[in-house]
Each structure stands twice: as C-alpha cells, then as structure tokens.
Ligand binder design. Structure first.
Ligand SMILES: [Zn+2]
Ligand SMILES: [Zn+2]
Length: 641
C-alpha cells in the first residue's frame, strides 16, 4: 500500500499503481467526471498514470490554472489531428497552451491557408472530440522516435527529438494521431465540447528568422458550449471598452508620433480626471501622515550607480543625457526611490522620527521596445503615485496595515470590489539569493501575513516570488469583465537603505538601518486610468467625471438662463458645460449620451419661466423637472456616498 496525501492534509491508503482518476472515483463519481489531470508531488501528470510511491496528489479540474492549461494543450493535439485529417501531409512544429487557449505551428507546404477554413476545422475538431479518443502515453527510445518521424517525413519533430536525451522521450496518441510530447493530457477528447479558432499568423520555426516561416493557428476550447458563448461575449465587450478607443472618443488622452511613441498627451478632460484622482489620494495621504515631496525628472549617473539601477538596467534604459562642458552624465529617472533616499539623508533621524513617509506623484521614464507599447498600459513615461516609508523593523506591520487601509479606500471609491492579495515570500530552499538578514526577513514576512490576516484580506501566498531585496504584497483586482489586473503594490526593501547607508539613532543611542517600504495604490496614473476606463466602460463615478453635467438649451433664446445655471453649479464645485450648438434637442441628447456625461439638464421656455431644469441621467433616462437647488443636493449626495 502507498499513502496519498490530499490537499486538505488528509492521508488515504491505496494499492501501489493507483491512478489519480481512481483516487477521484474513490472520493466521488461527480469529481471523477471533472478531473482533467493531477498534480503529483508538484508535477502535473495524466490522471491515468500509475502512482508507485507515497505522494501528495491534487486533482486538477477546469477551475485550476494547471487543469485549464492541460485542457488547452490537449486541444492543440486535437486540432493537429483535425488538420492532418483535412490536409494530409501537414507537418507539425510545437503546440503549447497559452494564457487563453492554445496554438499550433504547422507547415502546410505550398498550400495557401486563411481563416476562411476555420469553420471546417472547428467542425472536424468537434466531430473527433465526440468519439472520446483517449490520450495514450507511450515511452519510446530515441531511435524509435527518430524512425517514426523520419518515416512520416516531419522534419520539425526530428529537429526537436535531436535535442532530447534518450530515455526521456514519450509519444501520445489519440485516435489516428501520434505526437511527440512530454504530456500531460486530459483523459480523452470527449471533454472538449466547444472550440473557436481565433486567428492565424506567421511564426518562424524556433523563433529564428533565418528558418522557415510556419503558420500559427490560435484557438480556444471549453468543456461547455455556454462557456464559449460567455467568452466571446466578454471579448466583444472588451473591444467596446478598450481604453484606447474610449480614450479617443471621450477626448481623454492622445499620442503623437512627433512627441514620441509611448509618451501620452493628457487632453484637458483627461487631465481633469487625473487631477481628481491625484487630489483624492493626496488628501487621504495627508490624513495618513504622508509628507509630499518633489524631485527632478533626471538624476546624476552616480545616483543610479549607488542605487544599483545603473548596473542592472543601464544598458536597456534610455541612454544618458550629457552636459556640454563638464562631461557629466544624467539619466531620465526610472524610479523615484533613489531621490527619496537622498531626501531621507538630508538630516539626522532618530527612532522617534520614524516612520518618515515621503510621497510624490513622480513621473518616471523607462525604455520599452516599440512593439511592447500598448495604449496607456505600456508607455515610456508615466507618473507613479509613489511613496516611500522609512521605518523601524518593529513598525513594518503597522505600516503595512495602514497602507492596506489606503489601498482598500481607493478600491472602494472607484468600485473595484473583487480582489485578492498576493503575498510574495522568499524561496525557503534558496535563501542565499536574497539580501538582508534572516531575522529581518522572518519579521517582515510575518508582519505582512499578519497584517493581511488582521485586515481580513483574501490572500494567496507565493513562495519564491519575492524580489531579491524584500517580500511584497500585490493586489490582484478583477474588473467588471472578470479580467485580472495587478494594482496596488506594497514592497519591503532591505537593499536601498544598505546601498544609501541610511541610518537612524536608536533608543540605545546606536546607529541602525531603517526598513524601506515602497508603495503605490494606483501603480501608475496611466495604467490605473486605463484599467478604470475599461472597468467602468468610460462611465466614471460621478465624483471623478471630468464633466458631471451638460446643459442643453432647446434654442438660442435660453442660453442666458443656461449660463446662469452653469455659474451656479460651478460655484458649488460641480463641473460641466453647455451645448451651444444650433442642433435639435434630440441630437444634443444623443451626443451627450455617447460622451457618457452623467447628467443632462434640458432648458426651454417652461424651465426658464418656472426657474427649474429637466434632468436626464445617463443610462437611466428622464428624472423629471426640479429646481436647481434640488439638483445640486442630489449631486452632492451622490458624490459624497
Ligand atoms: Zn502534448
Ligand atoms: Zn520605490
């Protein structure tokens, strides 16, 4: 008998050679129907593979990332089988799972291929899936593997086998199709109920431009037809919400090739939105004991030699700016931390002065390859809502709790209510990789875990994901479409205080090193605004809207009344505009809807005579007429909620 430890810690005994599938069956038949693969001592295996020794076993289903990727990788095999059936003589490169779905690189020879053929392939995939072909694993010798693909005439597989050590090679067969593969796979093709081929592209064999270009076909599959429908709906919705598209339509930001790629230009409305975010956070930070600082956009090379950035990123960064006379070198600031360390050092600090919390909306510049740039989410210049907390080791936990409060305050105000905190700790097997004493690491890691626990956060702990200089906590937020974004990061740092020789005088009158915490609730304003636009589809919370109202006079005659109303609202810090165009009122309403302006105030003869406004709310329609005082009250109430 062998002992199988399950994820809940329970231990069950089975005969040697038991499989994960049989373990699942022994627990429940329902579970067994959903098992795609299993993690055996940390390695993903076929659920049909015999387990020969005491092991910990985690059964993987569609709900596990590794279960999904096994499903998608198996789907790549199935697509290959369909391609071989439809286009005999096709040769195959590699077919991995990716974040959403899978691809296969194939060589169709002289055949022209386009997405017009997707439907035919999808139908074939489903036809084959229905026959529930089992994925059968078979170890083969290198000689046999070479013989098989020589006979088949597939030079790509031969190229792959060439690099594999004898004794490690396995084939997988489903139906009439055999592939070179390490596995693992799902039990049979019957699990695959829905498929959509997404796109086709060229890809050089092994990413090498001097070699043949293959055809890469991307696809995605699901265990239920309804999941495919949902997925396609989300893709459609994501397209509509794309921040690059909405940013243009709502006139928030723009890019100009003359200014330079990846350098956003904030238009007046985008700037208004951004300023509101800055003011909102700044106010909260002042309350939480932060002090605002400002540092230059460039720094002397020596600053980055001290911080270590020069050595690590110097060659991949924007290259230095040189002075004409003295031959000095300056770099565009890639991070605010080194500057803040120098601010810390401007005067002696005692243990009573700590924590020192320095905050800056600091604009930084990082070189990104042009192909990597993407709207506001990947740019070359951006503004971090940065702060650095310099504290004593015994203050780390309390500071963490305060930063968590701040992050949650931001999330709540902006309508992000689905998030998980990821705690990244060091790899306990590999402590030499990290800087800082064991004692301090233990203290900081415990502080982060306890702080997250006391704040009642949903957490996942990742061992080995800490930076070499300290553990961290990241907030992973799900947006309205269920997409995950990393927002809000809190990071402990033992490295920079060491490099900058930061000190404070302890109660023992001795010199000590402070601990540094980097934190940014938004991350960067650029990325945050991008996520926010996509999350709320451009309909920002009222307090954040760059234009909260628009007054729509029915004709020229009521413009004076409109101006009077606008002044009155502006005096109460409610911002908006008047549509003076000579257009029909129906057209003005439609245009205001497209611009997602929260409130439309329609004024005509009746309104001017009775000193009221007719109010329409974006997405809700007519709210009836009310006095300007009533309207103001409603807005103020909504903003302060
Ligand atoms: Zn495979
Ligand atoms: Zn920093």
């Amino acid at each position: 008998m062998i002992n199988i430890t399950l994820p809940d810690g329970s231990v069950r005994q089975y005969d040697k050679g038991i499989t994960a599938m049989k373990i699942a069956l022994s627990i429940s038949e329902g579970l067994a129907r959903n098992v795609l693969a299993a993690e055996v001592d940390g390695e993903v295996w076929d659920s049909s593979r015999p387990i020969e020794k005491d092991s910990s076993v985690k059964l993987l289903t569609w709900n596990d990332t590794k279960g999904k990727s096994t499903f998608w990788h198996s789907s790549a095999h199935l697509m290959a089988e369909a391609l071989e059936a439809l286009y005999p003589g096709t040769k195959f490169g590699i077919g991995p799972a990716i974040e959403t779905g899978f691809y296969y690189d194939v060589d169709f020879g002289d055949r022209e291929f386009s997405s017009d053929e997707f439907k035919k392939i999808e139908d074939k995939i489903i036809e084959l899936a229905k026959t529930k072909e089992e994925f059968v694993r078979k170890p083969v010798s290198k000689a046999d593997a070479l013989a098989y693909f020589t006979e088949k005439g597939d030079e790509y597989k031969l190229d792959l086998i060439k690099d594999l050590p004898d004794g490690s090679i396995t084939f997988y067969t489903q139906g009439n199709f055999t592939d070179l593969c390490r596995g693992p796979h799902i039990p049979n093709t019957g699990f695959i109920k829905a498929v959509k081929l997404m796109s086709v592209a060229g890809a050089y064999w092994r990413g090498d431009e001097s070699r043949k270009q293959l055809t890469r076909i991307y696809g995605v599959t699901f265990p239920k037809a309804s999941e495919l429908t949902d997925y396609l709906h989300i893709l459609e919705e994501a397209k509509k919400r794309d921040h690059r598209k909405l940013g243009k339509e709502l006139e928030l930001f723009a890019f100009s090739e003359k200014v330079g790629m990846g350098l956003p230009l904030w238009l007046p409305k985008g700037t208004a939105l951004r300023e509101k975010l800055v003011n909102f956070l700044q106010k909260a930070q002042v309350k939480a004991g932060y002090e605002q600082v400002i540092t230059p956009h460039i720094g002397h090379k020596n600053l980055y030699v001290t911080s270590g950035h020069y050595e690590k990123y110097g060659a991949d960064a924007f290259q230095p700016i040189k002075t004409p006379q003295e031959g000095e070198e300056f770099f565009l600031k890639p991070m605010n931390c080194p500057h803040h360390c120098e601010i810390y050092k401007t005067k002696p600090r005692s243990y009573k002065d700590l924590p020192v919390r320095l905050a800056e909306f600091g604009t930084v510049y990082r070189y990104e390859q042009s192909g990597e740039l993407h709207g506001l989410t990947r740019v070359r210049g951006f503004t971090q809502d940065d702060a650095h907390l310099f504290c004593r080791p015994d203050q780390v936990k309390e500071e963490f709790m305060k930063v968590i409060d701040l992050v949650l305050y931001v999330f709540k105000a902006l309508g992000f209510d689905d998030y998980v905190a990821q705690v990244s700790l060091r790899d306990p097997e590999n402590k030499a990789k990290y800087i800082g004493s064991d004692e301090n690491w233990a203290l900081a890691e415990a502080a982060i875990i306890e702080a997250a626990e006391e704040k009642g956060l949903r957490t996942v702990v990742e061992l080995g994901e800490a930076a070499f200089y300290g553990p961290k906590l990241d907030f992973m937020v799900k947006d309205a479409l269920g997409r995950k974004w990393q927002l809000g990061t809190i990071q402990v740092d033992y490295n920079l205080p060491e490099r900058f020789e930061l000190e404070y005088t302890g109660s023992d009158n001795m010199k000590h090193r402070p601990v540094m915490i980097h934190r940014a609730p938004f991350g960067s304003l650029e990325r945050f605004v991008a996520v926010l636009i996509e999350h709320c589809a451009g309909s920002f919370p009222l307090w954040l809207s760059p234009e909260q109202f628009i007054i729509l006079p029915i004709s020229e005659k009521y413009e004076d009344y409109a101006k009077k109303l606008s002044e009155e609202l502006k005096n109460s810090d409610i911002c908006g505009l008047i549509d003076f165009r000579d257009e029909k009122i129906g057209r003005k309403i439609r245009d205001a809807e497209v611009k997602k302006i929260p409130y439309m105030l329609i004024v005509g003869e009746k309104e001017a005579a009775e000193n009221v406004v007719s109010v329409r709310k974006h997405g809700q329609g007519d709210l009836g007429s009310m006095s300007i005082e009533e309207f103001k009250k409603q807005i103020i109430k909504e903003i302060t909620v």
